[in-house]
Design a binder for this molecule. Structure first.
Ligand SMILES: Nc1ncnc2c1ncn2[C@@H]1O[C@H](COP(=O)(O)OP(=O)(O)O)[C@@H](O)[C@H]1O
Ligand SMILES: [Mg+2]
Length: 335
């Protein structure tokens, strides 16, 4: 493996469910790569397949899911790895912050015990060494009150503090990759900003690659080097963060950007224009562009197949799955 190889590469990921109403294609042909120390944002509305993509990396997809494709981690295909091997990778090399902090923490154990268990399991530390390591981690995630909370139960902490504990557990073993699923969604805006700042600092200090999963474009902008936009199980756009915000290449992204509150206006008057319609549930590979039912620019050629990702704009690294060379009026996509 050369230095330029990505640390994690998802190749042609497919997640399918058989439901009572028939098959459901939740993730369809998603490919993405994370370079070492890179933060990649995976954004899209609820139901687009972001969480399933993250869970599939570690073999944590829900029962009933059929998963296809490959997940390469340092030359090893994790989708072909044994349960035992995945157990070793999970938490130690690839860590995940789950979408629901309250369900991911055990309500009947102190947070000190829970963080300590992670370091003891993966690093074989003594009880005393583990305690010292937990205090270091509490410091690193700037848990207010630090040592005082070794004996606190999750319900005794605020949402922001619980999220800091979750982050402490995730980074406990110095993972090469952190998958953070909606790490700020349940928090109020001030705490959200603190957690984003913390993740930014940790990434710089610890040098890990981060897959940041969120429906919040403001969170991505503050943290990600690159952004991938997901919709109905498909990647619709991929670009360096600044390029994406300056000139979105897909009408869906343009619509999402139109729906972002403007930071310069105050709360009551901020613009928030959601894209009309909903993320469709796909029963199989679509025979048209997945976004066409909601797209203000849809034309007849959009109704024959899902367009593949292709370069748009000046940067080769900016890709969009759209037949248009440029969006006629980006602001108009949100109307
Ligand atoms: N256990 C399951 N059984 C059936 N469908 C599921 C299951 N889990 C998720 N899905 C469906 O897969 C789609 C994508 O889910 P998810 O990855 O959680 O989306 P996101 O994280 O982008 O909101 C959703 O439409 C959801 O209903
Ligand atoms: Mg999700």
């Amino acid at each position: 493996m050369s230095d330029n190889d990505p640390v994690l590469r998802i190749e042609d990921l497919l997640v399918r469910f058989n439901t009572r109403r028939g098959p459901l294609l939740a993730v369809s042909g998603v490919s993405l790569a994370l370079e070492a120390n890179e933060v990649v944002g995976l954004v899209g509305e609820s139901g687009s397949g972001k969480t399933l993509t993250g869970l599939s990396v570690l073999g944590l997809e829900p029962p009933g899911a059929t998963v296809g494709g490959h997940v390469w981690f340092r030359g090893e295909d994790l989708r072909a790895a044994s349960h035992r091997r995945l157990g070793e990778v999970r938490g130690a090399s690839i860590a995940m912050i789950f979408q629901e902090p309250m369900t991911a923490l055990n309500p009947s154990l102190t947070v000190g015990t829970q963080v300590s268990e992670v370091v003891r399991r993966h690093q074989g530390l003594s009880r005393q060494a583990a305690r010292a390591r937990v205090l270091d981690l509490f410091d690193l995630v700037r848990l207010p009150g630090g040592a005082r909370h070794l004996r606190s139960y999750p319900h005794q902490l605020s949402g922001g503090m619980r999220q800091r504990v979750m982050i402490a557990m995730a980074i406990a073993c110095g993972p090469a990759v952190l998958i953070a699923d909606e790490p700020t969604t349940a928090l109020d805006p001030t705490i959200q900003a603190q957690i984003i700042g913390l993740l930014r600092d940790l990434r710089a200090t610890l040098g890990m690659a981060v897959l940041l999963i969120t429906h919040n474009l403001a969170v991505v902008r503050g943290l990600a080097d690159r952004v991938l936009v997901m919709y109905a199980g498909h990647l619709l756009e991929e670009a360096p963060t600044d390029d994406l915000y300056a000139a979105p290449g897909h009408p869906y992204t343009a619509g999402l950007l139109g729906a972002v509150p403007r930071p310069d206006s105050d709360r009551d008057t901020r613009r928030l224009t959601p894209i009309p319609g909903q993320v469709p549930l796909l029963r199989g590979e679509p025979e048209h562009c997945v976004f066409s039912p909601r797209c203000p620019y849809a034309e007849s050629r959009c109704l024959t197949a899902q367009p593949p990702l292709r370069p748009v704009g000046p940067a080769r690294s900016h890709l969009a799955a759209c037949v248009l060379d440029r969006i006629p009026d980006p602001a108009g996509a949100a109307l």
